[in-house]
Design a protein around this ligand. Structure first.
Ligand code: NAD
Length: 299
């Protein structure tokens, strides 16, 4: 096709998309049912994973819960059962590829095909880069991004066959914004956001429009994951409010879920503002948390 015509078509598509988004503001959004879907949640023993499991249980989903902590994952399972859900809990260390693959095989053979995968398990070591030990760097990458790849490799093939499913990536605001004393964590979360975006693109290229993806990017959440976080502008989020927005995002097939939502404006500002102004803004927000600083690690 002639380049001029293609550019014209692009402009028409752009205007149409804006108009469509504007009209949608006034139309109630349709939420899908997750009743009967087999939902697997990693890191379901505590925090965001646990509350997300409870929300799926309330909506009559069948649940498979993974966590490294036996006591915690069983406690979540008991709470979900109290809500009437069918639940199976497994102890899985998501830092280990082979453990993920063998647990996934067990799920497929004994329970069924996972149609909603929530990659939530995460770890953090807050420290300046040179104080972060090698094994801590490796673990953050193993759990925060590689595990997402192994679980997706295990469960995506059936979703592809059925052209039905949903892959949820629990990333972080740290997957979009750089934070000192979280160099490795940020790197692993930038990777998780990249994985979500590229996978979304690939599924679209392959015509698998029945497989949806959602990426959750919250700022600090009150789970104890980061120790003593404070910020001058903005508050520390409660788990329930984050999971409420996440569930809304999943049920409406939203691709990127920022909590709070104004992070998307901050992203735009980051691209537009000069460096000095950004540095000033950073000082103004005054983000703080407990971190190991100045204890150089040789390994
Ligand atoms: N809390 C925050 O401030 C915050 C902010 C943004 C994003 N997140 C992300 O949200 C996700 C959940 O964090 P949270 O705040 O609920 O933390 P949390 O510590 O309350 O829960 C994490 C769960 O993951 C489990 N887990 C850790 N390592 C594991 C492993 N190797 N295998 C299996 N399970 C493992 C833990 O046992 C725990 O139950 C993480 O991916 C985190 O990066 C958290």
């Amino acid at each position: 096709m002639n380049l001029f015509v293609e550019i014209l078509l692009f402009l028409v598509t752009l205007i149409y998309s804006y108009l469509e988004a504007f009209v949608k503001l006034f139309i109630p959004v349709k939420r899908k049912s997750v009743s009967g879907e087999l939902v697997l949640i990693t890191g379901a023993g505590h925090g965001i994973g646990r509350v997300t499991a409870l929300e799926f249980a309330k909506r009559q989903s069948r649940l498979v819960l993974w966590d490294i902590s036996k006591h915690n994952v069983e406690e979540t399972a008991t709470e979900c059962k109290r809500l009437g859900a069918t639940v199976q809990a497994f102890v899985v260390d998501c830092s280990k590829r082979e453990e993920i693959y063998s647990a996934a095989e067990k799920v497929k053979q004994e329970i069924g095909d996972v149609s909603i995968l929530v990659n939530n398990a995460g770890v953090i070591t807050a420290a300046d880069f040179l104080s972060t030990q090698d094994h801590q760097i490796e673990r953050m990458f193993e759990v925060n991004i590689l595990a997402h790849m192994w679980t997706t490799k295990a469960f995506l093939p059936t979703m592809m066959e059925n052209n039905h499913g949903h892959i949820v990536t629990v990333a972080s605001a740290a997957g979009h914004f750089a934070i000192s004393y979280m160099v490795t964590y940020c790197s692993s979360k930038f990777a998780a956001v990249g994985f979500h975006k590229a996978l979304t693109d690939e599924l679209s290229t392959l015509g698998k429009d029945g497989i949806k993806t959602t990426c959750l990017c919250p700022v600090f959440v009150n789970t104890g994951f980061v120790k003593n976080p404070t910020a001058r502008l903005g508050k520390i989020l409660e788990i329930e409010e984050v999971v409420e927005v996440l569930m809304e995002g999943i049920l409406t097939n939203k691709k990127m879920v920022f909590v709070p939502p104004h992070q998307s404006v901050a992203l735009l500002i980051e691209r537009l503002f000069p460096e000095r102004a950004l540095a000033f803004l950073k000082k103004l927000t005054n983000v703080k948390f407990d971190a190991v600083i100045g204890q150089r690690s040789t390994q």
